[in-house]
Design a protein around this ligand. Structure first.
Ligand SMILES: [Zn+2]
Length: 274
């Protein structure tokens, strides 16, 4: 069922996998009604895509649409979703991508609405599997602005949040792309619970983060960005604080001035007594 790295799915497998992943997306509450879309690349110039106006939870292979990389329909009776434009842009920007998913998972979408990047190092799995997730600027759904807004992130990251809209993930195959969608919502949920409900999120330190980045590289994943880590953040805040003394010499000078002043006062008092 799964492809080797670099291999394409057959038409039959691609259609079957899109229906299966659509069902999972719907059951996990990542989409409501007819939201969301999924594509799989089946050759250098072809993809299978979900159609417009259909719930992703109830798709059958005959509903799907085959397109070329310009968005022309090659097979299928239905119209592809207008959001397929952003999938095509991911394939164009990153030739290693073989599948793309788009959904509106509620917690991650709330971060997208708030304009908050998912970039805190709190979960090893999120660092390795997903990486950091930036928020792309808002773009009107269905327009050319949407693919333009996500283009800068397609090579260096594995997922992006669309401001006030939802999430987009990609991978070397549909399993990887779909797992990144699951990880993204899970990560967003943990960030929300720890930061906003428990109100304590212990971040991983820089050594722990660099170990995870090394593991990720060993797994052949060179994208995903690097989350901020504990000592970096500490350094950043301590740099902002004004030092009490500009240098050791300044400190020494001040002490000498104080000593001189105290000595003077003591001598004055002794002279008064005398
Ligand atoms: Zn959408």
């Amino acid at each position: 069922m799964l492809t080797q790295d670099g291999a394409y799915y057959s038409d039959f497998e691609a259609k079957k996998m899109i229906c299966e992943m659509g069902r999972r997306m719907y059951m996990k509450n990542f989409v409501a009604a007819n939201d969301g879309n999924i594509t799989i690349k089946t050759g250098p110039n072809t993809i299978w895509a979900t159609p417009t106006g259909v719930s992703k939870g109830f798709m059958t292979p005959d509903m799907l649409v085959k397109l070329d990389m310009k968005g022309n329909v090659l097979a299928g009776n239905r119209k592809p979703s207008s959001e397929i434009k952003m999938h095509l842009r991911v394939y164009e920007e990153n030739p290693g991508v073989k599948a793309v998913t788009h959904a509106h998972p509620p917690v991650a979408t709330s971060f997208a609405i708030a304009g908050i990047d998912l970039d805190q190092a709190v979960s090893p799995e999120a660092v390795v599997i997903l990486g950091t997730v930036p928020v792309a600027p808002y773009a009107t759904p269905g327009t050319q602005e949407v693919p333009d807004s996500i283009a800068p992130y397609c090579k260096d990251y594995n997922a992006v949040l669309l401001a006030n809209h939802g999430a987009l993930t990609w991978g070397k195959d549909i399993i990887e792309a779909y797992y990144r969608l699951e990880s993204l919502e899970h990560y967003a949920l943990m960030l929300m619970y720890s930061n906003r409900i428990i109100e304590q999120a212990n971040e991983l330190n820089c050594n722990q983060v660099s170990d995870l980045i090394a593991i990720r590289k060993k797994m052949g994943i060179h994208s995903g960005g690097t989350p901020g880590c504990k000592s970096e953040r500490k350094e950043m805040t301590s740099k902002k604080q004004q030092p009490l003394f500009a240098s050791e010499a300044d400190k020494e000078q001040l002490i000498q001035q104080i000593v001189a002043k105290v000595t003077e006062q003591v001598l004055q008092k002794l002279q008064l007594k005398g």
